[in-house]
Design a protein around this ligand. Structure first.
Ligand SMILES: NC(=O)c1ccc[n+]([C@@H]2O[C@H](COP(=O)([O-])OP(=O)(O)OC[C@H]3O[C@@H](n4cnc5c(N)ncnc54)[C@H](OP(=O)(O)O)[C@@H]3O)[C@@H](O)[C@H]2O)c1
Length: 351
């Protein structure tokens, strides 16, 4: 007869919505091995019935799950938490009915990150379908919002660029030191654009170039400004130049920002601020780079003061892990009362 260990918590049932994409694939990779969850559904409109391992070939042999297209009622009944990895717009429309049933939700899209629906309309060029839910959403940056994530009904997981920018500036912002308009350049790999090929992401067009895009107009700027203000440093704007780079994974962000106190010591500040953050490595003997964190939830950051008293910070993340699925699993762990690091602690690949 099967015995039940009463000290072992019942696994949390997870539905992954939009599971054929890159973010969904990474959620599956992380959650199929997670000791405290069961993945009960991996949804897709286009691949219904197809085994998960046929699309995410790294997961061949790891699961018998096939993609499905369940109703909202089925998900609400059979899953404890739904995690969305769909494009913005579609995400809010799909997830809102689940939030309405009382289901806890984590969203990887930008739909619930901005508190003001007017900002959403401006930056995402569409009206928000459910502005009434914005006040219930918690921005899922575990380095700042640990306790509120634990009890959240709806977690808006930060964007990939936003994560790198947030973590490059958060300690200075929390000390009330940032002001003016931080200048940021960040390079990203092609997986940041999702699984569907477009002319700008097609290999021959981007494999041998560095191409700036959405210069001074990237939709992640307002969520970073919101986080910096929440932390203690409202800034006037962020002059952000995103660059598409000829790599698959990773973001490297370089920040230069005015400091309210030009004698501040960012090196000490960053080490102290991140002392309890299990995934942020503050470097002082080499520069952050994407290869050493690729495939992992770890972050490398280095902060310095320039000779004229500005902040110079460099931050590297894997856009699909810390910038998407891994950060969402950190939030999930907090929501289910598990250790924040559970299912996430392995180093990046080298070389
Ligand atoms: N890629 C990254 O580095 C990254 C990082 C952070 C956040 N994000 C965000 O995470 C979300 C997913 O990104 P991704 O890169 O994984 O995208 P993706 O590779 O293009 O995958 C999108 C997924 O959503 C489904 N989908 C597409 N249109 C849909 C619709 N109208 N209704 C319902 N489902 C739909 C697709 O499957 P079917 O067509 O089969 O239904 C697919 O499974 C986006 O909002 C993105 O901004 C991405």
């Amino acid at each position: 007869m099967e015995t039940v260990n009463p000290t072992e918590p019942t696994p949390t049932r997870i539905a992954i919505l939009g599971a054929t994409g890159y973010g969904g694939g990474e959620l599956l990779r992380l959650l199929l091995q997670h000791p405290r969850v069961d993945v009960v559904a991996a949804t897709s409109r286009s691949r219904e019935g197809m085994p998960v391992g046929h699309v995410h070939r790294n997961l061949h042999g790891w699961t018998d799950l096939a993609f499905s297209s369940p109703t909202a009622d089925w998900i609400a009944e059979n899953a404890d938490i739904a995690i969305g990895a769909m494009p913005h717009g579609a995400s809010a429309e799909t997830l809102a009915p689940l939030v309405d049933t009382g289901q806890r939700v984590i969203d990887l899209s930008g739909d619930f990150r901005l508190r003001d629906a007017r900002d959403y309309a401006h930056w995402y060029r569409r009206e928000h379908p459910r502005p009434d839910l914005l006040e219930h959403a918690v921005y899922g940056c575990p380095e700042l919002e640990g306790d509120t994530i634990a009890t959240a009904r709806l977690v808006a997981s930060p964007g990939c660029f936003a994560t790198a920018l947030n973590l490059a500036m958060l300690p200075a912002a929390a000390a009330g030191l940032l002001r003016g308009r931080p200048q940021v350049v960040a390079m990203t790999g092609s997986s940041g654009s999702g699984a569907e090929a477009r002319p700008t992401t097609h290999h021959p067009e981007r494999a041998a170039t560095l191409r700036p895009y959405k210069v001074l107009a990237h939709q992640h700027v307002p969520e970073v400004m919101q986080l910096l203000a929440d932390a203690g440093s409202p800034v006037d704007g962020i002059d952000f130049t995103p660059v598409s780079a000829p790599i698959v994974r990773g973001i490297l962000a370089i920040v230069s920002a005015e400091l309210a106190d030009p004698d501040a010591r960012p090196e000490d500040l960053y080490r102290e601020f991140y002392a309890e953050s299990p995934f942020v490595k503050v470097l002082d003997d080499r520069e952050p780079e994407v290869a050493s964190i690729a495939g992992s939830n770890y972050v490398e950051v280095r902060a310095r003061r320039t000779p004229d008293g500005r902040l110079h910070a460099v931050c590297a993340i894997d856009n699909l892990v810390k910038g998407a699925a891994g950060q969402a699993v950190q939030s999930l762990n907090r929501m289910i009362g598990a250790p924040e690091e559970l299912g996430l602690t392995w180093p990046g690949m080298w070389p």
